[in-house]
Design a protein around this ligand. Sequence first.
Ligand SMILES: [Zn+2]
Length: 315
Amino acid sequence: MERQTVTKVPKPATRNHSVQRQSAAPSSPSHRITELQRSIGNQATQRLINSPFIQAKRAPQQIQRVVEVRPPGRGEASAFDRRDELIARMNAISAATDFTLDGRVIRFAERAGGVANNFEQQMRALITRAEVLPMRLITSAGTVGGQNILVDFFDEGYVDLDDLLASDDLGFQLNLIHFLTERANARNYEHRMGTRFPDPEFDRAHRAGSDAEAELLRNVIGDPTIRFNYEERRPNGTAVLAFRSNEGYRVFKVFRGAGQARRHSVIFVQTRDGRRLTVDQLRAERAAAAAPAPAAPAPAPAAPVPPGAPGPELP
Ligand SMILES: [Zn+2]
């Protein structure tokens, strides 16, 4: 996801050494945030050292070993006891994969009779990577630096289970694939979690997450030309992620409700001629256009966007 604004505070000039970073601006907000992150990071590291999964990770016969759920720090708004809700949702949208929790580790097995969709394929690939990808589960009451988290918080490894589960199935898939791919694209994420990652590294990882979303959309819609287009944070705090097809339509993923603890994504399509469709309506239109005559009746058109309206019309 987008990085939270809390990480956008002015940074001390010296960033490559933690001791210098601490002394650079002892009373600044960034200092306090850094302290928070460092504190949490140390706790996480200590928990990891004490964890039995270190041994599991080193076992040579382990192949699936990497995507883990974990509790946040002591006293934080933990959703760890609801971890089964995450697994249940993943299974509900999978056709050929059974996800299970083995302690804190998410594993998968093939489910007979189905064909794995792109979400399942990407999840399987993430699970069989060498790197450990932790998810520290919190509720929507969890904050960083006093601010609510939008789905996830990269530096700390947080995942807001309430936000994640609040989106519809496609949004859930896109958001989960995004931040796990993001974490997989940061070198040694597991052990650096709890520190502040350099902006260029985060930006690169974030872009990989958006590209993974585009891959999922290409598969869901059946259009190999869909690419990540742009993202923006509107003045009212609404977050927009846009994907574009060579056919001229765009797919938007939008998070409204800035400032609210629980936020979910809404996904819609804006056609070249300015109509707004659901993804299912787009699929139906494309299927009808591709079918030999006599074509299936077109779905009812969605409410048109006023001509000349720039971009998606958002409240
Ligand atoms: Zn991201």
